[in-house]
Design a protein around this ligand. Structure first.
Ligand SMILES: Nc1ncnc2c1ncn2[C@@H]1O[C@H](COP(=O)(O)OP(=O)(O)OP(=O)(O)O)[C@@H](O)[C@H]1O
Length: 745
């Protein structure tokens, strides 16, 4: 017989991971032999009685692999079980093409029933030892005269079988679902049920209506075409069939356990976004932990593979800071290997801008400063001038966002410039005054040989635009290639064929103008991942007005893979009822944002003083003992205070700098909320969440005089809190001293 393909089904790995080491080793040899020739006599490959598509094959003396035949030479590994268990339980295996999603599903009712009977631990991912199946559990006999307690109402009694099926719940599980009465039983079921069944049931259990579940959970993964219930070959190619690719090393998946799952099992909603062909710029949004970064990485791999062999760096992958860029590089390497990484420029946005500018020698001999230092310079200037009408942050934002961001070059242009999202309206007279102050400020920076990153980005945008124009003239045959001698070398094409952006919500207008000019307009040019609820720098932009038209090419992810349902619910309350933009001229919200993970409720703890709160942090860290722990605080000097207090208690702590944690192996990482962008911890303490700290006193000062600005700054403070709370995988503690922050429930 000819060679066969073998893919691993999502969730099958969870049971396989619990098998004895020797069996896992034998699976390695087995898959190799099977791919070479399934009919090889040693494999004892045979169809299982009563299951036209289900086969067994020998892994070793005692274990058999269960394989689902998808047609031709294509097989899916759905389970590995003790030999006798397979033959004794043939009626406990079921498979289908889900009529709603068109994806292949395998149901190991044996494992599911075992898990449901036991009241499992809180997390559905926790390993569960086997116990007798539900059908065999006998009711406890009651003593004579003792009242028989009423059996609780099954959780899903009010939903008809038709309703559940229309939402995509797997038919073979309906009988068991009808018996479920507790949350623990439900979590047991969702641990091994097909993904959509679990998501639908948990959403209903959490109180969503059938219509909401249809819109938010089912519709995003439903297929448009009519599903042929027997065409497994067609089903195999659909995003809803969650399997490894044919060439994935199964052994690696099995060895890495949960850590490697993002590489091989994309959620159908994620896979659709990764593989779609877009006619222009596309954007993916979604709450924290929904896998936007994972999707961006898979998208890069997809684009590089589609480009075919080549030498150059055709794809740019960029993000907000250096630390995140380093993480993207590591992950892309894990996902796609060196050959793909070689084709991708992975660099944070300011480095990309400064690289362009340095190549032209512009700004040489200058020191480049960040926003914090730039605001200090503003303060210096205003003090010298005795100017009190405008505050330094306002002027810095006005200059950065309106003037540099839009490439405004003259006073006249500034009078006409759009100030969308900048808060209070300003008069013509105000603009004239502000323009004068900005001229003074730029002169001050020049005198001091300083350059802000905002200026660098603006210069980079101008250079990229000039270069794009030159390329266009060359391509139109108007200029010879010799004339195209650019400061950074000869350019006869745009620097990149595709650009993928992560953490898009924090890029400035100048960054976007630069990126737009670095890739030719056309199919799949820009792929943008971000969440405006997590915007922690003051960059409000509208992609459309910057030449990036994402209309009709936006998608949203809503299932969090990171945080538990409980943390997510609290975090959403922190965000409040405000309106959030969608990076364009519309609004975004967190509708449908959910998690199938369960855990303890976040703890909210008041303290009388900061000293008492510091003691509380020490106690909590001691109680947790280990795992990855972080403490985040609203202000910089509090970082050192937490670090010192932990140090005095003999707990090794390290602060998080602009390039990430200074000592990765420290038990506790401590940082300001800004530093937690993109990071992930098992347990988090959010300390100092008090009025006057979050929102800070500076923000509170605007409450009366400038309500628009107050709203904007409060929104940013809320975002900080939201980002911090959603870094935690398992537990969150929020504490404060004095009056608790108005953002807390
Ligand atoms: N399909 C998947 N399978 C397994 N794990 C996943 C999957 N998608 C995402 N994850 C995991 O979920 C976590 C969050 O993913 P990711 O960082 O991509 O989310 P995000 O939306 O970019 O989050 P944030 O907005 O908070 O930065 C990561 O640990 C990631 O490995």
């Amino acid at each position: 017989m000819s060679r066969a393909t073998l893919r691993l089904l999502d969730k099958a790995d969870k049971e396989i991971l619990k098998l004895p080491r020797a069996v896992k080793g034998a699976i390695y040899d087995f898959q190799h032999k099977f791919r070479q020739d399934p009919e090889s006599p040693g494999l004892r490959f045979k169809q299982l009685k009563g299951h036209p598509r289900l086969y067994s094959a020998r892994v070793n003396l005692d274990y058999r692999a269960l394989l689902l035949h998808a047609g031709g030479g294509d097989y899916i590994l759905v389970a590995v079980k003790p030999r006798q268990e397979v033959y004794d339980n043939l009626d406990k295996f079921a498979y289908q093409i889900n009529p709603v999603t068109g994806g292949i599903e395998f149901l190991d009712l044996l494992t599911i029933e075992e898990t449901v009977v036991l009241t499992p631990p809180v997390s559905p991912l926790s390993p569960v030892p086997p116990v007798p199946p539900m059908s065999q559990a006998s009711p406890v006999p009651s003593a004579p005269g003792e009242e028989i307690p009423a059996r609780p109402e099954p959780l899903f009694a009010k939903f008809s079988a038709e309703t559940l099926l229309s939402l995509g719940v797997a038919g073979p599980l309906l009988g068991l679902i009808a018996k479920i009465t507790t949350e623990d039983e439900l979590l047991g079921l969702t641990a091994y049920a097909p993904q959509l069944t679990g998501e639908v049931l948990l959403a209903l259990y959490d109180g969503k209506t059938v219509d909401e579940v249809m819109d938010q959970v089912t519709a995003p993964v439903a297929v448009e075409e009519t599903v042929d219930a027997d065409d497994y070959q067609a089903a195999l190619t659909r995003p809803a069939t969650v399997v490894t690719t044919e060439d994935t090393a199964l052994q690696e998946v099995l060895e890495e356990g949960d850590f490697g799952r993002w590489r091989v099992f994309l959620h159908p909603a994620q896979r659709k976004i990764v593989e779609r062909a877009y006619s222009g710029p596309a954007r993916v949004s979604g709450g924290p932990g929904t896998g936007k970064t994972i999707v961006a990485l898979h998208r890069v791999k997809h684009l590089v593979e589609r480009l075919g062999p080549g030498q150059g760096k055709d794809v740019l992958l960029t993000t907000f800071n250096k630390n995140l860029a380093a993480d993207l590089r590591r992950r892309l390497f894990d996902l796609a290997g060196q050959e793909v990484v070689k084709r991708v420029d992975i660099v944070n946005i300011d480095k990309l801008a400064s690289g362009l500018v340095s190549a032209t020698q512009a700004g040489s001999g200058r020191q480049w400063i960040d926003d914090t230092k730039a605001v200090i310079e503003w303060q210096g200037l205003l003090d010298e001038l005795g100017e009190h009408r405008w505050d330094p942050e306002f002027l810095h934002d006005e200059w950065s966002q309106v003037i540099l961001g839009q490439g405004v070059a003259t006073r006249a242009e500034y009078f006409r410039a759009r100030r969308a999202g900048r808060g209070r309206a300003i008069s013509r007279q105000d603009r004239a005054e502000i323009w004068k102050l900005i001229e003074r400020y730029v002169m001050r920076l020049d005198d001091r040989r300083l350059w802000t990153f905002r200026q660098v980005a603006e210069r980079a945008a101008r250079l990229a635009i000039e270069r794009a124009r030159a390329v266009a003239s060359y391509q139109a045959g108007q200029v010879s290639s010799v004339k195209l001698q650019h400061e950074s070398g000869i350019c006869y094409r745009h620097p990149y064929r595709h650009i993928v952006v992560d953490e898009a919500q924090d890029l400035s207008a100048a960054h976007w103008r630069m990126l737009r000019a670095m890739v030719p307009e056309g199919p799949d040019d820009l792929f943008i991942a971000g969440d405006t609820h997590q915007r922690i720098y003051a960059n409000h932009i509208s992609l459309g007005s910057l030449g990036i038209n994402i209309r009709g090419r936006s998608s949203k992810l809503s299932l969090s893979y990171r945080t538990t349902h409980e943390i997510l619910r609290t975090a959403c309350r922190l965000v409040g009822e405000d309106e959030w933009d969608d990076l364009d001229d519309g609004n975004d919200d967190l509708t449908g944002y959910r998690s199938v993970l369960r855990g303890p409720e976040p703890v909210l703890t008041p303290y009388p003083t900061w000293a008492a709160e510091l003691d509380g942090i020490v106690e909590r860290v001691r109680e947790w003992g280990g795992g990855s722990i972080a403490v985040c605080v609203p202000e910089r000097q509090m970082v050192a205070e937490v670090e010192n207090r932990l140090g005095r208690a003999g707990i090794m702590a390290a602060s998080i700098g602009p390039d990430g944690p200074k000592l990765i192996e420290a038990l506790v990482h401590v940082g300001t909320m800004h530093r937690f962008k993109g990071l992930e911890y098992q347990r988090m303490i959010l300390a100092g969440v008090a009025e006057g700290l979050l929102p800070g006193r500076r923000v509170l000062a605007f409450e009366k005089d400038d309500p628009l600005r107050f709203r904007r700054e409060s929104q940013r403070a809320r975002s900080l809190l939201f980002v911090a709370a959603t870094r935690a995988r398992d537990s969150v503690v929020i504490s404060w001293h004095g009056a608790k922050s108005r953002f807390l429930p």
